[in-house]
Design a protein around this ligand. Structure first.
Ligand code: FAD
Ligand code: NDP
Length: 472
């Protein structure tokens, strides 16, 4: 059995749906087929600009049948690609001929394990994995979270009625997103209840590179899924019935040395600490929030070039090395020389941008036109929530790849805001904005225009000076 389409998009996550929707706009009379293994597809809703290039949005899960008339859909799994003859075969045995193909098959949790029994280690990726987490929490009293990124930070904040043991390699929490100062801000906000009508002091501090990162931290670089608010739709309570919220016990600069099954009780876990000491804890199970790896469980007639992280290498037009085969989202790896203020992070934000770029690129190619890379790839921008605070990350917000010759300027008001500017040769290279700072658009402009801020000194973050007026 076979069928033909002009554009075939594989994957019903944000990247695939954004790609298909962009194609439907650019080529309304073309035949567009979205092939996805799961009936649930994800699309972007309530897209709200919060600066010139920065958006906040919600993600809607819907049944594939609700995708609208301009996009055909098929629930099946991609099994094999014949790129030279332009057809694919699904696991269900269907052959689909295409003119242009975009692979948006996402990622899978990169699970920690010591080649032991894995039954008590879970990863979080999609709704099924959260339901599995929920199921295990019902009878759990102690959970170990391994990892120090987005998922670990969200779980450490959301899990309740269970003792959370949070094991991180770093010397501060949420290291993939924030620096030690912001981590401290989050922890104070969680451990202290601000006194009624308190007026916490605002502090401004400038530090050179060496002052702000603990020595051992300096070298390490950081770098159909769920996404914002995934944890709000599920009851993530354990069986400990602690009543009030117990803060996670955090094990800094630590790692799992070994673990073994305890009949009836779970796991005896041996933790190693960077200072050479070790300790043992007992937990019901481990959540391995240890990153994501590109997912492509299908074959092709010619090899698709992979980047070092296992993602499909794509150029700035989202093309792979195979003719008329594109890729977008977590499954791909940006392999063009990036703009100075942009780098890849596997986020919804970038899955949407890449999916839309691939759609525009395929549509243009099909009509012999030329398009240029979207401006969003000029500047890294991400809007999220961490520990109950709105967070905006811009440019090289943690000094990524800036070597050592940069300094930071921080303005902090407890329980209210934490603003960090990353400055190199007097120019703004990145920013972390926690709280309702209204500085996102100003920071975008400062980063992109490369204005020399030295003449303004620390006044640039003086709360009594509205810097938006300075630079409007
Ligand atoms: C728990 C969690 C929380 C997150 N929170 C945030 C957040 O707050 N903000 C943020 O920006 N990002 C967040 N992310 C990251 C974000 O979810 C991903 O970066 C983004 O969803 C990737 O989108 P994608 O379309 O590339 O991949 P996916 O969403 O993984 O979609 C891939 C799709 O391809 C389908 N598929 C796979 N293989 C095949 C095949 N062989 N045949 C057919 N179909 C196939 C899958 O079923 C799925 O529908 C989170 C991720 C996780 C796991
Ligand atoms: N609010 C948001 O924007 C959210 C975004 N996400 C995104 O979803 C994806 C998946 O999230 P997540 O799994 O948290 O991935 P992240 O990349 O955010 O974090 C992975 C963490 O695990 C650490 N790690 C990796 N391997 C090990 C190991 N063997 N032992 C101990 N620690 C390890 C990493 O350290 P190191 O970096 O040093 O390797 C890092 O701290 C990411 O792209 C993330 O950005 C997820 C949740 C929320």
């Amino acid at each position: 059995m076979s069928r033909k389409c002009d554009f075939l998009v594989v994957g019903g996550g944000i990247a695939g749906v954004s790609c298909a929707e962009t194609l439907a706009i650019c080529r309304p009379n073309a035949s567009i087929l979205l092939l996805t293994e799961s009936r649930i597809v994800k699309s972007v809703t309530n897209l709200v600009p919060i600066a010139r290039y920065l958006h906040k949005f919600d993600v809607r899960e819907q049944d594939v049948s609700e995708m609208g008339v301009t996009i055909d859909t098929l629930v099946d799994q991609l099994d094999h690609i014949n790129s030279s003859e332009h057809w694919i075969r699904t696991k269900g045995g269907l052959v689909i001929r295409y003119d242009y193909l975009c692979l948006c098959t996402g990622g899978a949790p990169k699970l920690f394990n010591l080649r032991h029994e894995k039954s008590r280690i879970i990863g979080i990726r999609d709704t099924d994995s959260v339901l599995e987490l929920q199921r295990r929490l019902v009878a759990a009293k102690d959970v170990l979270i391994l990892g120090n990124g987005g998922i670990a930070s969200e779980l450490a904040y959301e899990l309740k009625d269970v003792n959370v043991h949070w094991v991180v390699k770093d010397s501060h929490i949420s290291a993939t997103f924030v620096d030690p100062g912001a981590a401290e801000f989050f922890q104070l906000a969680r451990s202290e209840v601000p006194e009624k009508d308190a007026h916490p002091k605002t502090a401004i501090k400038r530090m050179r590179y060496g002052e702000m990162m603990p020595k051992e931290q300096q070298e390490s670089s950081h770098g159909a899924a769920l996404g914002p608010d995934w944890h709000r739709t599920f009851d993530l309570s354990g069986a400990a019935r602690n009543g009030d919220k117990v803060l996670p016990k955090i094990y800094y600069k630590s790692h799992i040395l070994d673990y073994q099954e305890l009949p009836e009780r779970g796991l005896a876990i041996k933790l190693g600490h960077d200072d050479g000491s070790s300790e043992e804890i007992v937990c019901d199970f481990i959540v391995s929030a240890t990153g994501v790896q590109p997912r492509h469980e299908y074959t092709s007639d010619s090899p698709i070039t992979l980047a070092s992280d296992g993602g499909f290498a794509v150029d700035e037009m989202m093309r792979t090395n195979l003719p008329d085969v594109y890729a977008a989202g977590d499954v791909c790896t940006a392999s063009w020389s990036p703009a100075p203020h942009w780098f890849q992070m596997r986020l919804w934000t970038q899955a949407r941008q890449m999916g839309s770029m691939a759609g525009r690129s395929m549509a243009a190619k099909s009509e012999g036109e030329t398009v240029y890379q979207d401006f969003c790839f000029e500047l890294f921008g991400h809007v999220t929530q961490l520990f109950g605070f709105p967070v905006v990350l811009l440019g090289r917000f943690n000094g990524q790849d800036l070597g050592r010759d940069y300094e930071i300027l921080v303005r902090c008001t407890r329980h209210k805001e934490y603003i960090k500017f990353v400055l190199q040769n007097g120019k703004l290279r990145g920013a972390i904005l926690i709280g309702d700072t209204d500085l996102a658009e100003t920071c975008e402009n400062l980063i992109l225009n490369g204005i020399n801020l030295e003449p303004y000194g620390d006044d640039i973050l003086n709360p009594d000076i509205d810097i938006e007026d300075y630079f409007d």
